[in-house]
Design a protein around this ligand. Structure first.
Ligand SMILES: C[S@@+](CC[C@H](N)C(=O)[O-])C[C@H]1O[C@@H](n2cnc3c(N)ncnc32)[C@H](O)[C@@H]1O
Length: 323
């Protein structure tokens, strides 16, 4: 007769423990905060990011990818700081970001420039911010995001008096906690141009360039693509995404200052590995969360406005329900 099988007791984890250690690389919201929605890769919370960041553990985040409110002359509806108070306003956020980053972690800030009120001259507030941040962070590299679809403004100087040209570039500061942040430019290679493809195929006579650069036969090796420049050309022309269509169908105003998904995607690929943790403390319509999720990185999105964050849920599909 077959021996009766011994019953193995069910190892059901205590519910409170499930949240404590979900994945090695993941950071969950502290229990005093409740997500507005969550996916298996991330959580989105309506809160002041300063308060949430103060409750998160040190050395836990791989990348802070964000676009804070700029010091705009013509203010957006979510309220922008004035240029002269900007650096002081940002300082407590910078302190928390620095504490939260892992030693090989990075902070990437997309920050647009602004004009001095009533004058055809530019503020230097984003450079003042950069100088202040380099008192604690290392300045890994400056990037320039060129939006070829940018409309001419401010009208007074650009289209009426015609004494300035269209401001179509945002500065993007890449800062790091140590001098050696995790980074790999092989993950952001651009497709080779036709001339480079023909050079690889047909060969090149090694010679010294007039600049003194030695163009060796190494240039003939196919390395999978060309190394990108720090000028990122990305049109911000989204007019028909699922997010916009859902906003229209529910009569919700879309976020007025969204960055294109290709921007956070570039830095997430360059600066993190799959399974790493990405934080956006000024999440807006949560483009960063969507980009992180698409690339298999965990994310935490913090946004002050319930309206913006509610709408950002559309980025994760109509089946998403609020928590
Ligand atoms: C430039 S927008 C970010 C847009 C976002 N990158 C996107 O593509 O949708 C800045 C956002 O920061 C939010 N914000 C301002 N202060 C905040 C704070 N203390 N905590 C959280 N969010 C804040 C604003 O409500 C605004 O939505």
């Amino acid at each position: 007769m077959a021996k009766p099988r011994r019953r193995v007791p069910q190892q059901t984890p205590h519910p409170s423990r499930v949240r404590e250690v979900p994945h090695p690389g993941r950071v969950s919201l502290p229990s005093q905060f409740h997500p507005l929605y969550e996916t298996s890769w991330g959580q989105a919370v309506v809160a002041d990011s300063l308060e949430v960041m103060r409750a998160l553990p040190s050395d836990s985040i791989d990348l802070v990818m964000t676009s804070p409110p700029f010091a705009l002359k013509r203010k957006k509806e979510y309220g922008n700081k004035d240029a002269h108070e900007y650096v002081a306003w940002f300082q407590p956020f910078a302190v928390e970001v620095h504490r939260l980053l892992k030693p090989a972690g990075s902070l990437v800030i997309d920050i647009g420039g602004t004009w001095n009120a009533g004058k055809p001259t530019r503020s230097v507030y984003q450079y003042e911010l950069l100088i202040r941040l380099t008192e604690t962070f290392h300045f890994a590299q400056d990037f320039f995001w060129h939006n070829p679809a940018k409309l001419p403004s401010p009208a007074e100087w650009v289209t009426v008096r015609r004494i300035r040209v269209t401001d179509a570039v945002n500065t993007v500061w890449w800062l790091s906690k140590t001098e050696w942040p995790k980074a790999d430019n092989k993950r952001v290679l651009r497709p080779y141009s036709d001339s480079m493809k023909s050079l690889i195929k047909n060969g090149y006579k090694a010679k010294l360039r007039p600049s003194g650069h030695d163009i060796s036969t190494n240039f003939r090796r196919d390395l999978g693509g060309s190394i990108p420049h720090n000028l990122l050309q990305i049109s911000n022309t989204d007019s028909n995404s699922a997010y916009l269509r859902m906003c229209a169908s529910k009569a919700i105003k879309p976020h007025p200052a969204r960055f294109p998904q290709a921007l956070p995607e570039f830095f997430i690929k360059l600066l993190t590995d799959p399974g790493d943790m990405v934080l956006d403390p000024f999440a807006g319509s949560n483009v960063t969360g969507r980009a992180a999720e698409d690339l298999g990185r965990y994310w935490l999105a913090i946004e002050l406005s319930t309206e913006y964050l509610k709408a950002s849920k559309f980025r994760f599909g109509p089946q998403m329900s609020l928590v």
